[in-house]
Design a protein around this ligand. Structure first.
Ligand code: EPU
Length: 451
């Protein structure tokens, strides 16, 4: 077994204040967008997480100079010398992240060809890339699958197209945006994802000179332009990390103020948090004025005492309840009175982590049926994608192995909520998406240590 282990002495409520920085699922895409500019870009509030390092490495391999800016968390990208990288060099990053797939359009625009290694990311289902490939072919790309990865060329250039996604995929929508902005002509994307991180990527591209219209009913229209400049951008804060700490506060019967958390992007989560019996208070940011200091906005989440209530929820694309909010919240639901239902409709295999919670005393059954909501695409396909959580259950310590990023954080919360000492193996995976999580845990009073 790995020596990458965290010893967690559970049973202490988390109390205190932490800060979230730019959203992982925007920052990594904004970094890729910098490839499209003909002048340097500046991104602020970039968290120190593994996914950022992977994208930085890939950009540097392709000749983008990446340096630290003056502000803590500021990165500067200079794309003046974009160049091809060798397949071997790129393959060093194989299996480490899903982001490389988004290099396709920008590299085709800048170099006329692209090589994409085997993708990584969390193991939460088959995670196909068929929508991405279909979209790129629609633009005129020629995709060749080779044993070492995908080779793409655009012998006749990239041209605007009309394309409808079979499902509002976040990544495929980003693929279309990053390709269409400099394609020849107009692109109309139907059934697009409209997550706040996508709207923020559109803001980045617009700052660079792109012309993008977001219509009603998930339609995005992009008018290609021949060149783009650099951008300066402060990303939206990480609403997944914010919700993870909120769930940790609830599950440990504590209180955590998440500086940087924004109400508008978390409305659906806040409604569920309140329905479960959690309390929160939103503090709006206030800019400094003559004679008075400014105030950083955020949301304080706490357990107000008494019993938590069971809920039925369904994960969905925006504005629904995010699939990445599900795993941390389920730990809190093990402490709620009665039967809670979670219907996972975004990924077909995102409930495997519940076995670990059961080994700690939780009572969670998973089902192949679409429970508690409307039928989804997984109901007929035999995937265990609904969970019934019976509570409250007293959680006890256990040895846990982290399977993926979000499930990993939920294991950690469960260990913090449980009585006794747990050993959580593979915790380094959490560094993929949670900046300084060990320091944050310590500042919230958690009793954790590296053996
Ligand atoms: N899908 C296909 N074909 C495709 C692309 C997607 O069938 O070509 C399916 C997927 O299998 C899945 C559904 O469409 O069932 C949605 O996938 P989507 O493309 O929206 O996900 P993604 O872009 O790969 C991003 C986030 C995920 C987050 C999802 C949903 C990043 C790097 N990842 O993934 O975040 O869960 O959107 O919001 O932005 C995480 O941060 O831990 C994480 C997994």
């Amino acid at each position: 077994m790995t020596d990458d282990v965290l010893v967690v002495h559970g049973g202490t409520p988390l109390q205190g204040q932490i800060r979230v920085r730019g959203a992982k699922n925007l920052v990594s895409k904004a970094m890729v967008a910098a490839l499209l500019g003909d002048s340097p870009s500046r991104l602020y509030d970039v968290p120190r997480i593994r996914d950022v390092e992977v994208v930085r490495g890939l950009l540097e391999l392709h000749g983008v100079r990446v340096t630290d800016g003056d502000e803590d968390g500021e990165l500067v990208f200079d794309p003046a010398n974009v160049e091809s990288a060798s397949t071997d060099e790129i393959n060093v990053h194989a299996g480490s992240s899903r982001i490389p797939i988004l290099f396709c359009g920008p590299l085709l625009h800048r170099l006329g060809h692209a090589f994409i290694p085997d993708l990584g990311g969390c193991h939460i289902g088959p995670r196909p890339i068929d929508f991405h490939m279909q979209a790129l072919r629609e633009f005129g790309a020629v995709v060749e699958k080779r044993p070492e990865g995908l080779h793409l060329t655009a012998p006749n250039g990239l041209h605007g197209t009309k394309f409808s996604l079979p499902y509002p995929s976040v990544g495929a929508t980003e693929q279309v945006l990053l390709t269409a902005v400099m394609a020849d002509g107009v692109t109309e994307l139907r059934n697009a994802a409209v997550e706040p991180e996508i709207i923020d990527l559109i803001c980045v591209l617009q700052k660079m000179g792109a012309i993008i219209k977001v219509h009603t009913d998930r339609v995005i229209e992009i008018q290609g332009v021949p060149k783009l400049g650099g951008y300066r951008h402060r990303p939206i804060p990480d609403r997944i990390e914010a919700a993870s700490w909120a769930a940790a506060a609830l599950a440990t019967r504590g209180g955590v103020e998440v500086l940087g958390a924004q109400q508008a992007d978390m409305m659906t989560f806040l409604n569920v948090f309140r329905s479960v019996g959690g309390a929160y208070e939103v503090t709006d940011a206030r800019p400094p004025r003559l004679g008075s200091a400014g105030q950083e906005g955020g949301i304080r989440f706490w357990h107000p005492g008494g019993e938590l209530k069971s809920v039925a929820l369904e994960t969905d694309v925006h504005p629904g309840f995010m699939t990445d909010w599900q795993q941390p919240l389920v730990v809190a639901l093990t402490q709620a009175q009665g039967l809670s239902i979670v219907h996972e409709t975004v990924y077909e295999q995102r409930l495997g982590y519940t076995e670990a919670l059961n080994s700690m005393g939780a009572n969670i059954q998973v089902y192949r049926d679409c429970l508690g909501g409307t039928p989804c695409r997984f109901g007929r396909r035999n995937f265990k994608h609904s969970a019934v959580i019976a509570g409250p259950s007293k959680l006890h310590a256990a040895d846990l192995v982290i399977p993926d990023l979000r499930a990993g954080f939920s294991h950690l919360i469960a260990a913090l909520a449980a009585e006794g000492t747990s050993r959580v193996y593979g915790v380094d995976l959490i560094n993929r998406g949670y900046e300084d999580f060990e320091a944050k845990l310590a500042s919230l009073g958690a009793h954790v240590e590296r053996p």
